[in-house]
Write a protein that binds this ligand. Structure first.
Ligand code: ATP
Ligand code: MG
Length: 442
């Protein structure tokens, strides 16, 4: 073990530059402001639908995903970051998605004991995919899940919630595709017809599809291989195998969407990437992000909770890809949120710090955002360079704690943006009377 650790050490012990893992990104200012803005919008909207937040571990037992998502899926076959716990030999995996972990948690904590739950989560997910625009190895999802209710109204509520979120975020060009995967018995009947169709076209199938032909033929419909699209398109439609109850559920979801004027199209080939889905499945897709255009996907998963050891309980949910949603927002040309401070504090001499810093604290307590100038360790820097930094910070006002002002218990306030140059002085002993005049939110 120690040998392999040594191998991973940088070759030269000191100066070699280390870089992050491929496909795993740092989210830095100014872009991080967009992330915070999005998260704030989501929290606000979730509370209006009475969904409560959950925070689950990033590492789960590998068996959870193998059992929950299905052995013959892209994620389980080739995308999981799995490893053995060095101390106890447990097989663990960095979560590739959030639903299985939520189902595990619901069962473990008996969360449905008192009735259904509406929950949401946000956080990083990990899949070993080929990194490209809109596809990363660490990416982030926001998920909404409703557990314990079997009716079509919650399928519809979740779709309304996502649609509402696109509105609040100002997204354009997002369309909704819908399908029903029916129930296991209906899928069984469709399966035989599907296998027969695929066997007739065996020459067109790629290696992966041939391998899945008998283990999980439905999965083949989810292929991204362009050469197989016509076989997929001509395949028998699962929708034609649905019984009355499944059709009634599907029609009820559609009727509610119609009543809300939400446009959708039926995509009979929409199957989603995990095996746990049944009945309603859906995706929100944009044409503005190339081939990584699915920004959100979800559906009903009435058998997952039982699959991970719980009492059978219906459930439905969706997850959106945060990176893709944010890329769509910047694709639309939306400016980044303004996170400039209200005030930049200019402190010509370090001797002023004991007076200046408490004033800045008082301002922050009043809700003013304050960027304090900091020195090099050898001095605070010239006034000129401090003003330059104040301009660059985007602050609306400079507070100048000059010796002259301080001598009379005052501070100079200079406008940096609107009416740049305008200056006034205020008393240091009455900060709360003028603090509000600096706040951009007023
Ligand atoms: P795709 O078909 O694009 O691979 P998926 O069906 O694997 O997507 P889901 O597992 O349904 O995706 O995840 C829900 C959402 O998470 C997707 O619609 C997408 O927006 C986002 N997502 C999935 N995988 C990635 C990834 N590797 N990088 C960035 N976002 C992703
Ligand atoms: Mg995928």
């Amino acid at each position: 073990m120690s040998e392999s650790l040594n191998e991973n050490k940088p070759k030269t012990s000191k100066q070699q530059k280390l870089v992050g893992v491929k496909g795993m990104n740092d989210i830095l200012p100014p872009n991080s402001a967009r992330w915070e803005w999005l998260e704030g919008k989501v929290r606000d909207l979730m509370s209006r639908y009475a969904y409560r937040n959950v925070r689950l571990p990033i590492v789960e037992p590998t068996a959870l995903f193998v059992r929950g998502l299905g052995e013959v899926t892209d994620i389980v076959e080739k995308e999981m970051y799995s490893f053995e716990d060095r101390l106890n030999g447990e097989q663990l995996t960095l979560r590739p998605e959030g639903t299985a972990g939520l189902a595990r948690s619901v069962v473990e904590h008996n969360l449905l004991y008192e009735g259904g739950k509406r929950l949401y989560y946000m956080g990083p997910m990990f899949r070993h995919e080929r990194p490209q625009r809109g596809r990363y190895r660490q990416f982030h999802q926001i998920g909404a899940e409703v557990l314990g209710f079997g009716g079509p109204e919650v399928d519809a509520e979740l779709i309304l919630l996502a649609h509402h979120l696109w509105q609040e975020l100002g997204l354009h060009d997002v369309r909704l595709e819908l399908n029903s995967l029916g129930q296991p018995a209906e899928r069984q009947a469709h399966r035989a017809a599907l296998i027969a169709h695929l066997e007739k076209n065996i020459d067109v199938l790629d290696e992966e599809a041939k391998r899945r032909l008998h283990s999980n033929p439905l999965r083949i419909l989810d292929t991204k291989n362009p050469a197989m699209q016509s076989v997929v398109e001509s395949a028998p439609r699962l929708l034609d195998f649905l019984g009355e109850a499944s059709l009634a559920h599907f029609n009820a979801v559609k009727a509610i969407l119609d009543a809300h004027g939400i446009a959708f199209s039926i995509n009979p080939r929409l199957v989603r990437g995990m095996d746990y889905y049944n009945l309603t499945v859906f995706e929100f897709i944009t044409t503005r992000l190339g081939s990584q255009g699915t920004i959100c996907g979800g559906g009903r998963y009435d058998y997952l909770i039982e699959q991970v050891g719980g009492k059978p309980s219906p459930a439905v949910g969706w997850a959106l890809g945060v990176e893709r949603v944010l890329e769509l927002i910047s694709e639309q040309g939306e400016p980044l949120p303004d996170v400039s401070p209200d005030v930049y504090a200019i402190i010509p001499e370090a001797a002023a710090l004991p007076v200046a810093m408490p004033v800045l604290q008082a301002l922050r307590t009043q809700g003013v955002s304050v960027h304090m100038h900091a020195g090099s360790g050898e001095g605070m820097g010239s006034m000129k360079s401090q003003f330059k930094k104040a301009d660059a910070s985007g602050a609306r006002f400079a507070l100048v704690f000059g010796a002259e002002e301080l001598a009379t218990g005052q501070v100079a306030i200079k406008s940096l943006r609107d009416g740049a140059g305008a200056q006034r002085t205020e008393s240091l002993s009455h900060v709360s009377t003028w603090a509000h005049s600096l706040q951009s939110t007023l």
